[in-house]
Design a protein around this ligand. Structure first.
Ligand code: PMP
Length: 442
């Protein structure tokens, strides 16, 4: 039950706000939480009720809310320089963050990632990567106007990102507007059966043999397709994708917007496979969950293709950027986040947290009404059997009564807590989920 304060805020919200991914005909029936403040892993509503932030505020929070070091870094940066354009000037936090990201970039089979191009959100990083890949093709050989993408993929909501997506519910409506792509089966698609990884790899091989000359890039979410419902797959598929991209002169793009910055128990999901792409997008957790910032990490050979040469008739410049590209406050937050993550070994802690969650979820996986528990590090999907309408959502509503805030993807309940979650909160998270499933399935 709430007081008039919540009712008043919700009435004002309904009168003036259009929320993302939200059906407003029923929005207020769902009794949305009106968040007032946050501390560590907790969200606190206008009534003072506390909820464990079980999905890290849409998969962004790394160290928890209100971390003193990130708070201080933001305050210092605001006092020094709020904003200065990255088009024609540069600034120290932007330079230092680029150095930090290059130093942290994944190593292995593939090129070294040596340059950082900034954007604002995950989608805009993907957009930049797609345009870089296409322009790279025109400046290194011939125009390759096609992308290869995976079924059920999700790379964001801007039109380029939608074009390389494969999530029918989100993407179907915009099909007539989209770029040319060829969809390969997803190695994470359970409907393909136990050989799904091999089937997807063989199909990717066939597509590249048939169309490779037209393909400027293959884009994938490495190791796990997040918005598809945490569909994890084998590292071998990424090695095949690397091999095929090289063989056919296409670039390989890893979209690490969800998986990057320690989320999977490694700094990058690419590290699970020992494969390095030509372009790597990251966002979400980069600022610790504080501010919108994303980046494309690029291989030197890609960057070099954009440098003018004697006798060039084309400018070769990447004519792309945003007003707030590399905003210094965002860069300062990201630098503080990465520094604390390094000092406190947060990536290893995320791996340990993931294993602990995996253990605690074993009995949940065995429950009637649970189809599958999928996990890579701290990215977890608990798929429940559809029991009437919006089963996943009902489980999340039941968890809310138990002090845990969750958001499902269809009938897959997502657990993606802050990377530094303590033991007691970890138990609360899984305990609340378990009881909530029982309540809904009863
Ligand atoms: N790529 C991936 C893999 C994502 O999971 C997301 C968001 N969930 C995006 C891109 C889009 O990021 P944003 O919402 O910040 O635009």
């Amino acid at each position: 039950m709430h007081t008039d304060a919540t009712a008043d805020w919700l009435a004002r919200d309904a009168a003036a706000v259009w929320h993302p991914f939200t059906q407003h005909a029923t929005w207020t029936d769902d009794d949305p939480t009106v968040v007032d403040r946050a501390e560590g892993p907790w969200l606190i509503d206008v009534e003072g009720r506390r909820y464990l932030d079980g999905v890290s505020s849409l998969w962004t929070t790394t160290l928890g809310h209100g971390h003193p070091d990130i708070n201080a870094a933001i305050a210092e940066q605001i006092a020094r320089l709020d904003h200065s354009t990255f088009l024609g000037t540069t600034h120290t936090p932007g330079i230092e963050l680029s150095e930090a990201l290059v130093a942290l970039a994944p190593k292995g089979n593939g090129p070294e990632l040596t340059k950082v191009f900034y954007a604002g959100d995950g989608s805009s990083a993907v957009e930049a990567a797609l345009k870089i890949a296409y322009q790279y093709s025109t400046q290194t050989g011939h125009s390759r106007p096609k992308f290869v993408r995976l079924d059920q993929a999700y790379h964001g909501d801007t039109l380029g990102a939608v074009a390389v997506g494969g999530h029918d519910l989100f993407h179907q409506a915009y099909k007539p507007l989209l770029l040319a792509t060829t969809g390969a089966p997803s190695p994470g698609d359970r409907a393909l059966g136990p050989d799904r990884n091999a089937i997807a790899a063989a199909e990717l091989r066939r597509i590249m043999a048939a169309e490779g000359e037209q393909v400027c890039a293959i884009i994938v979410e490495p190791m796990i397709q997040g918005a598809a419902g945490m569909l994890d797959y084998d590292a071998g598929f990424l090695r095949t994708a690397r091999e095929l991209a090289d063989q056919h002169g296409a670039l390989l793009i890893f979209d690490e917007v969800a998986t990057g910055i320690g989320r999977t128990g490694r700094m990058w999901a690419a590290e699970h496979a020992g494969v390095v792409p030509d372009l790597l997008t990251c966002g979400k957790g980069i600022t610790g969950g504080y501010l919108p910032l994303s980046a494309v990490l690029a291989a030197e050979h890609v960057y070099e293709a954009f440098l003018t040469r004697p006798g060039d008739t084309s400018p070769r410049t990447f004519f792309h950027g945003h007003t707030y590209t590399a905003n210094p406050i965002c860069c300062a937050a990201a630098l503080a986040n990465l520094r604390v993550m390094g000092e406190q070994d947060v990536v290893s802690r995320a791996a340990t947290l993931g294993e602990r969650l995996g253990k605690l979820l074993e009995p949940v996986a065995a429950k009637e009404g649970v189809v599958e528990v999928r996990r890579l590090g701290t990215m977890i999907g608990v798929e429940v059997a559809a029991l009437g309408d919006r089963t996943g959502f009902r489980v999340c509503q039941a968890a809310r009564k138990r002090g845990v805030w969750l958001r499902p993807l269809g009938d897959t309940v997502i657990l993606m807590p802050p990377l530094t979650l303590g033991e007691e909160e970890t138990e609360l998270l899984v305990g609340a989920l378990s009881e909530s499933i029982d309540e809904v399935m009863r």
